[in-house]
Design a protein. Structure first.
Length: 575
């Protein structure tokens, strides 16, 4: 552990001093650029007359680029220079050098394919209740943990048919994040985000293999993976009234131990309106997309029935919001794990009504969707899922809300890209203080990237994809920290994510393909872990330390946004 920590510090601190002045730093996409797309590098510690060279793998200088423009940080006032090397189009490995400092980069036709596979494969590694086998996971194989065959009904979830402390079975599903619990709201959002991408790129996903136990069946691997979690979600619905439990959890977070060493009793906790509506939405969406499946015969019918019952329960219980503070005052044991609390269900109702209408063509769902439609588009997050509903309408050309949602998307995306050409790192993401915070790389960088991909497909092909790629570049290393924020990729990536499985498995390298939360000036974990962040600046407030749950945790919803963006890009550019 110490060796890894010191290595990370050494990487962070290593830079070349030029005449005792500011060290030269080179920020670029550390994974790969596409031959015919924009390629931008950002340099710090140079002046506009600095001599730059780009050499191929044989050491031959193939380009002497000039600085395109100056960029001044809106917070630190650091001066950086934008260098455009887009004229390089031949696939290969290159080195850009300036005043003794140099960095390698790759141009490849399938630049992001390995990242696409790893980001989706992460969900297999996060499965619960089954052994993770060496044939599919290699050195990350592990035994069964949390079979969840003996789960108790928490007193907050008791109903006439299921008394407090009675036993139910609720197996399968994914671990949620750095912890070992399972949350309906976040699981449903994660599936919805990935299925939005699947529906736009079905032919790509038919061919994409992630080497999971189901890879040889007739169903695309992405749908197989979704089914593993959908089977769990079905167990979270009360068969008596159709309500949906908010989460399956231990009373307190487990320590940083392997699942087989966890000892706390697990409970299903309190039904909530947001869980019921997210459940209804994703069951309806999945029923539509898996209708006629030979591998999952009967699922579509089961999911449709479950979706309708959950929706009706939510309509009958519109104020059943999850309030963990009150719950823990009223019931024992107290629950202190992740809340996914949300006191407004309009966005969940819009998504659920939209998906039920698309599945059933029942006009009552259309009227419900119209009654709670958003006034403006926002990129979807677990706490505001209206964007998933908007994408569903946009994907159905000729539908009643198609034009309205598309106009909202245009306004949103045009605002995103308006200032890219004066931004610090030549990207829509990362030039406003509000861009940074908990999970920002996913909820801002990736989710906005997917919005731009929708805009490119349904508004003007070829206009917006460039900007989605720029957000990808930012995440993969062209940012103020110099980190490629996806584990296992790039030359400088997180080694100590806040992730119990990676911490406790005895393997130096964390699971590959995990997107960490990213720079978070709130630094909410400082008081808990005596952490010392290297900077308070919004875009540099990141620390690769296990205890940093505010900047260095991973989560399925964040990885779902990464999957949606990188797989869509790979589908169009890497094929």
């Amino acid at each position: 552990m110490k060796a890894r920590l010191f290595g990370a510090i050494a990487l962070m601190m290593a830079s070349l001093q030029v005449n005792g002045a500011t060290p030269v730093k080179i920020y670029l996409n550390q994974v790969g650029y596409y031959p015919d797309e924009e390629k931008v590098v950002v340099l710090e510690g140079i002046d506009e007359k600095a001599k730059l060279t780009v050499s191929n793998s044989k050491g031959k200088v193939v380009l002497k680029p000039n600085v395109a423009r100056k960029a001044v940080s809106p917070w630190s006032e650091k001066t950086r220079f934008i260098v455009d090397i887009s004229s390089l189009k031949t696939p290969g490995r290159y080195t850009i050098a300036c005043e003794g400092e140099k960095s390698e980069f790759v141009i490849a036709k399938n630049a992001l394919h390995d990242l696409s596979v790893a980001s989706l494969k992460l969900f297999y590694l996060m499965r619960t209740g089954v052994p993770i086998e060496a044939a599919y996971a290699g050195k990350y194989a592990r035994g069964v943990g949390h079979s969840d065959m003996h789960v108790l009904i928490h007193p907050s979830a008791a109903s006439p048919g299921r008394e407090a402390n009675s036993v139910i079975s609720s197996p399968l599903g994914w671990y949620d994040a750095g912890d070992y619990n399972k949350y309906v709201v976040n699981s449903a959002f994660s599936i919805g985000m990935m299925l939005a991408c699947y529906e736009q790129n079905k032919d790509y996903f038919k061919k994409l293999s992630t080497n999971i136990p189901e890879s040889r069946n007739a169903t695309p691997d992405i749908l197989d993976e979704m089914m593993f979690n959908l089977k769990w979600l079905l167990t979270m619905q009360d068969p008596e009234d159709g309500g949906v439990y908010h989460k399956l959890t231990t009373p307190n977070f487990e320590g940083f131990v392997m699942p087989s060493e966890c000892k706390q009793q697990r409970y299903v906790v309190a039904k909530s309106v947001t869980a019921a509506l997210d459940f209804a939405a994703v069951m309806a969406q999945s029923a539509r997309l898996l209708k006629g499946s030979s591998d999952y015969a009967g699922f579509a019918s089961q999911a449709e029935t479950a979706a309708k019952r959950a929706y009706e329960w939510a309509k009958a219980n519109p104020n059943a919001f999850y309030n963990q503070f009150k719950l823990s005052q009223d019931f024992k044991p107290a629950v202190n794990t992740g809340t996914y609390g949300d006191m407004n269900a309009r966005d969940e109702r819009f998504w659920a009504a939209t998906e039920l209408y698309k599945l059933t063509a029942d006009g009552s769902y259309l009227e419900d969707a119209k009654a709670v439609k958003p006034a403006r588009f926002n990129a979807p997050t677990w706490g505001n899922v209206a964007g998933l509903g908007a994408w569903a309408w946009i994907a159905q050309e000729g539908s009643e809300l198609h034009s309205e949602m598309l106009a909202q998307l245009k306004d949103y995306c045009d605002a995103l890209v308006a200032n890219v050409d004066t931004s610090s790192f030549q990207a829509p993401f990362g030039d406003k203080k509000s861009d940074f915070g908990w999970g920002c790389l996913a909820e801002g960088g990736c989710a906005n990237g997917v919005a731009l991909m929708f805009a490119d497909r349904y508004l003007e092909r070829g206009k917006y994809m460039r900007y989605a790629l720029e957000n990808m570049d930012y995440i993969l290393g062209r940012n103020a920290t110099g980190y490629c924020f996806v584990t296992g990729f790039g030359t400088k990536s997180p080694m100590h994510p806040h992730h119990r499985l990676s911490s406790a498995d005895g393997i130096d390298e964390p699971f590959p393909g995990m997107l960490v939360g990213g720079p978070n000036p709130g630094q909410q974990d400082k008081r808990d872990g005596n952490l010392v962040y290297p900077s308070n600046l919004p875009d540099e407030s990141y620390i690769d330390v296990e205890g940093s749950y505010a900047s260095n945790e991973i989560a399925i919803n964040w990885n779902a946004s990464l999957v949606a963006l990188v797989c869509w890009i790979d589908a169009l550019k890497g094929a």
